[in-house]
Design a binder for this molecule. Structure first.
Ligand SMILES: O=P(O)(O)OC[C@H]1O[C@](O)(COP(=O)(O)O)[C@@H](O)[C@@H]1O
Ligand SMILES: [Mg+2]
Ligand SMILES: [Mg+2]
Length: 313
């Protein structure tokens, strides 16, 4: 047993990708995104926290940090040599990078998720979804990789290329070194993170939450999708939901930028993600703005949520 903090060899992200046998171009892409995040970290720590005076794809006011994080990622991806198309939550259209799709990837990303938490200094994150070739409008099940970076007291990076879920933390040299390999979730857990206004919940969701509470589940919701999912993944237990609401049939979260990559990671760790009726990863996106309700986390918890929603709406 190695004493904490006394590990002799630190495995960095690139080496880890090499050791799990990942192909060179995908390794390059993931490492480029990891590198870009160093600049995003610096912007969050020391940059302008004000508004940018512009709005995004959803008509929401952009922060200077949203715009900057977007620019940092776009630049890295454009110059990586392995990207065909990219799509950002902050821009309205698919951005073509290379017309030759051979051996290339397409990337959808939310450069800074949780913008409304920036002014109160809570944790935020970057979320990334990766497909092979040029098509970004396909079911999440076809992703070849997904990852997020959590900007919290420590900066961590969690990725999967379909060979388990692995967690890295940024060290003093701003390199990501391995913390935990093959993160796995238990069947059920005692944490719930409920998004959306409770008095707008459907009868099924309300009954599900009451059932969770009756079972003694603890409420743990920060309002940041990345830290909230990270908590459930790393503790290996619990459920996050942003359900269908009485005034928003598709909830709030975005399929392409937020739900697909997180569903991929959670499924890879042995969990599940459902809209309440179908698996998130089986949804065929109709447009880049698609939203969907979500119940995501431990398998049994998600199955119970689906049962309540199926029976009661
Ligand atoms: O403020 P609410 O309704 O609890 O919503 C929180 C959710 O909205 C988000 O902030 C949406 O992300 P953006 O910051 O990219 O708009 C998620 O991070 C989070 O899960
Ligand atoms: Mg977001
Ligand atoms: Mg965002």
């Amino acid at each position: 047993m190695v004493e904490p903090g006394k590990t002799k060899f630190q495995i960095d992200l690139r080496r880890h990708l090499r050791e799990v046998g990942e192909n060179r171009d995908l390794t390059r892409l993931i490492c480029e995104i990891a590198d870009a995040s160093k600049y995003i970290v610096n912007s969050i720590r020391t940059g302008d926290l004000g508004v940018a005076g512009t709005s995004n794809l959803y008509g929401e006011e952009q922060l200077a940090l949203d715009v900057l994080s977007d620019r940092i990622l776009r630049k890295r991806l454009t110059n990586s040599g392995v990207v065909a198309n990219m799509l950002s939550e902050e821009t309205p259209d698919i951005i073509p990078v290379s017309s030759d799709y051979e051996g290339k990837y397409s990337v959808a990303f939310d450069p800074l998720d949780g913008s409304s938490l920036v002014d109160v200094n809570l944790a935020v994150g970057t979320i990334v979804s990766i497909f092979e070739g040029g098509n970004l409008l396909q079911p999440g099940r076809n992703q070849v990789a997904a990852m997020y970076i959590l900007y919290g007291p420590r900066n961590t990076l969690v990725y999967s290329t379909g060979r388990g879920v692995h967690e890295f933390a940024m060290n003093a040299l701003m390199e990501y070194t391995l913390v935990r390999e093959n993160v796995t979730m238990s069947q059920a857990g005692g944490i719930y993170a409920p998004g959306g206004q409770r008095n707008l919940y459907s009868a099924g969701t309300e009954a599900f939450v009451q059932d969770l509470e009756a079972r003694g589940a603890k409420l743990r919701y920060s309002g940041g999708f990345v830290p909230d999912i990270n908590q459930i993944l790393m503790k290996g237990k619990g459920i996050f939901m942003y359900p269908h609401l009485k005034n928003a049939a598709n909830g709030k979260l975005r399929l392409i930028f937020e739900l697909n990559p997180m569903a991929y990671l959670v499924e890879q760790a042995g969990g599940a993600a459902s809209t309440g009726s179908v698996s998130i990863l089986d949804l065929q996106p109709q447009s880049i703005e698609d939203r969907a309700p979500v119940f995501i986390g431990c398998k049994d918890d998600v199955a119970r949520a689906v049962d309540f929603v199926t029976r009661m709406g």
